[in-house]
Design a protein around this ligand. Structure first.
Ligand code: FAD
Length: 292
């Protein structure tokens, strides 16, 4: 059992919890995640290891309370234990000294990029952080990013804090003004795709982290398959970090939409409509397996 030693509300709908997990804390590397099951019988969900403290034997994760499992996790009090945490999982991020590195993240992706930005900075790179959220209330970890980045830029979509607009607006400006040797992007698929289309043209190496639906998180179920460089990869063991220029974002969006559609149909006891969206035929095909 994994005891919760601290919990914090970071921003609207976003919580951080620190958990006693000595062995995971010792082994975890930036870019890795854990599979968390709050109580016996719950689904297990993948969450990034945002921080580790080897002296206290703790790991921390930060999550958006979006559904059943994250909601359950967020309601557990201090001193309560989490039923199971498996990890560290996934391939560690490939960190090396790279000169000027841009770390761009939006939404809960800011929590996922924090250990990456820290690692590049520790390795000796000059890190420029660009973080974005819908509004000031949804923005998180600004001060932690300020500590590990040489410079930081913040965008809010509604203009309630710092620059009004998208994080990618700032990104496009910076990349045209100064030399950048590597870009790391984590956030919405649209954001990562937009970043990659700019850096591909400029031939700047770009890593992204993909968050497909993962069920077993160990490469056996195949639900997290993503197309990268023309080949199907399991994001849970070969990722979640990938070369952004090789990711087939169109196919990634289609698979994600199809699984979301299936989830919706399953909860409302409806059949997927193959005409409804681009992902409709895939959702209908997968429905055939579920129904049997
Ligand atoms: C490698 C990786 C790291 C992640 N790190 C973080 C993080 O640090 N913080 C954070 O807030 N979120 C993170 N996510 C997304 C997080 O796993 C989902 O938001 C979470 O599974 C939603 O669960 P739920 O039951 O609350 O939501 P619901 O929408 O009610 O249920 C979704 C169900 O789908 C399954 N599922 C598995 N993977 C995903 C996924 N990627 N997205 C949505 N559903 C999924 C789970 O079985 C879950 O029960 C990460 C995802 C991946 C793949």
């Amino acid at each position: 059992m994994f005891e919760i030693v601290n919990r914090q509300i970071l921003s609207e709908g976003i919580k951080r919890i620190d958990v006693q997990a000595k062995d995971i804390a010792r082994k975890a590397k930036p870019g890795q995640f854990v599979a968390v099951c709050p109580e016996e019988g719950d689904e297990k969900i993948p969450l990034t290891i945002v921080d580790t403290d080897t002296s206290r034997g703790t790991i921390s994760f930060i999550f958006h309370e979006k559904g059943q499992t994250t909601g359950k996790l967020g309601s557990l009090p201090i001193n309560e234990s989490i039923y199971s945490i498996v990890g560290p999982l996934g391939s560690p991020a490939r960190i090396e000294k790279k000169g000027n590195v841009i770390c761009i993240a939006t939404g809960v992706g800011i929590a996922q990029i924090l250990p990456i930005a820290r690692a590049y900075s520790k390795e000796g790179s000059k890190v420029i952080g660009i973080i974005g959220a819908k509004s000031k209330r949804k923005l998180m970890l600004e001060s932690q990013m300020r500590i590990c980045c040489n410079k930081i830029f913040v965008a809010t979509e509604d203009g309630s804090y710092e620059r009004k607009g998208l994080a990618t607006d700032i990104f496009k400006k910076i990349i045209n003004e100064q030399e950048v040797n590597l870009v790391y992007a984590i956030g919405s698929v649209e954001m990562m795709e937009a970043v990659c289309s700019v850096t591909k043209e400029k031939k700047i190496k770009t890593f992204v982290q993909l968050n497909p639906v993962m069920v077993d998180c160990m490469g056996m179920c195949g639900s997290c398959r993503v197309k990268v460089g023309g080949e199907m990869k399991h994001a849970c063991i070969e990722g979640p970090e990938f070369d952004g220029h090789k990711v087939d974002f169109k196919e990634f969006k289609m698979r994600t939409q199809a699984l979301e559609e299936l989830d919706e149909c399953h909860s409302h006891k409806l059949q997927p409509n193959p005409q409804k969206k681009e992902s409709g035929p895939l959702a209908k095909y997968l429905w055939g397996f579920l129904k049997d």
